[in-house]
Design a protein around this ligand. Structure first.
Ligand code: ATP
Ligand code: ZN
Length: 291
């Protein structure tokens, strides 16, 4: 049996579906077999190791898996002197959340110093400790497994440090955010050691395809006709575009076709501005793949 690349992903939870979607978007067909721990990729020599997210950095560091998809928060929290440090390859653009300090509404906060000598409950003691140390603050960190947001109400802590995406949980518990300790999103990590040369090629192709998928997200292909003279104006209006491709229109000395990839949203207002600048026949198309 020839070797297969192993990618560790979260088995179930907030990153699980998005990780599978990313793989599918990268053209990797996931076979959900009877084996709960291992899914196979049908059209490439890749297996998916489905585990708890907290174990992913260790598995990748140890080389049990070659690549892994995990939240930056989990990666940063890891303090495991035993296995090697996985390498961060790229941010994946999903699973975005912030690790935030929060305290009961009305808490007088004037920067991290306001936390001096207080008790802070968190499931991220290492990341919090690093933040406090960098800010020259000493506080009593209470490590909890979950339900951190109830700690102030139980008089267990003065403040908390927890993951927040919408802030609804904080609000429901009478808490207000104070500061952001870490901005997190899902990241692709890889084993720090050399992998089999054949599998290295597979890993490289996965990375390139992930880059293609993430850079396509939200990107649009914009085409229009315009007089050559207004090209500088049009380039300035196009949101997040590199230099556009310009080709002469058949039968015209003056008119050109302008094609550009826009990395940001193209709004109706943008189209109106382009039109006012002299562009016509403006088309905005979704991009399916990019490399
Ligand atoms: P597991 O069973 O794998 O240990 P878990 O309960 O630790 O799962 P989830 O709640 O599924 O983890 O969250 C996985 C990751 O999703 C988090 O580590 C974080 O990177 C990301 N995430 C995105 N938004 C949020 C949020 N609002 N709260 C918590 N995590 C979030
Ligand atoms: Zn977890």
């Amino acid at each position: 049996m020839s070797a297969r690349l192993r990618i560790a992903i979260q088995k179930s939870g907030r990153l699980a579906d998005k990780s599978l979607e990313l793989l599918e978007a990268a053209g990797l067909r996931v076979l959900k077999g009877a084996n709960e721990l291992l899914y196979r990729i049908e059209n490439a020599p890749i297996d998916l190791l489905r585990v708890r997210d907290d174990d992913i950095p260790t598995f990748v560091g140890d080389g049990v898996a070659d690549l892994g998809i995990v939240g930056l928060n989990v990666l940063e929290e890891r303090e495991d002197g035993r296995s090697a440090e996985p390498e961060q390859v790229m941010a994946l653009g999903f699973g975005k959340c912030d690790l935030r300090l929060a305290a009961p509404i009305g808490f007088a906060y004037n920067g991290p110093r306001s936390l001096q000598g207080l008790r802070i409950a968190t499931t991220y003691p290492h990341v919090l400790n690093r933040f406090l140390t960098e800010n020259g603050v000493t506080a009593d960190i209470i490590t909890m497994r979950g339900a951190v947001e109830v700690a102030p109400r139980l008089k267990l802590a003065n403040a908390i440090c927890d993951l927040v995406s919408t802030g609804a949980t904080l609000e429901a518990n009478g808490l207000a955010p104070l500061d952001t300790v870490l901005r997190s999103e899902a990241v692709l990590i890889r084993a720090p050691r050399k992998i089999d040369p054949e599998l290295e090629k597979v890993a490289e192709s996965v990375v390139q395809r992930f880059k293609g998928v993430t850079s396509c997200r939200g990107a649009k292909y914009v085409m229009m006709n315009a007089p050559r003279a207004v090209l500088p104006k049009i380039s300035a209006i196009l949101p997040g575009a590199g230099s556009p491709t310009v080709t002469p229109l058949a039968g015209s000395d003056d008119m050109v076709a302008v094609h550009a990839v826009c990395q940001e949203s193209v709004f109706w207002e943008t189209l109106e501005e382009l039109k006012a600048a002299g562009a016509s026949a403006i088309l905005v198309l979704p991009i399916e793949k990019m490399m």
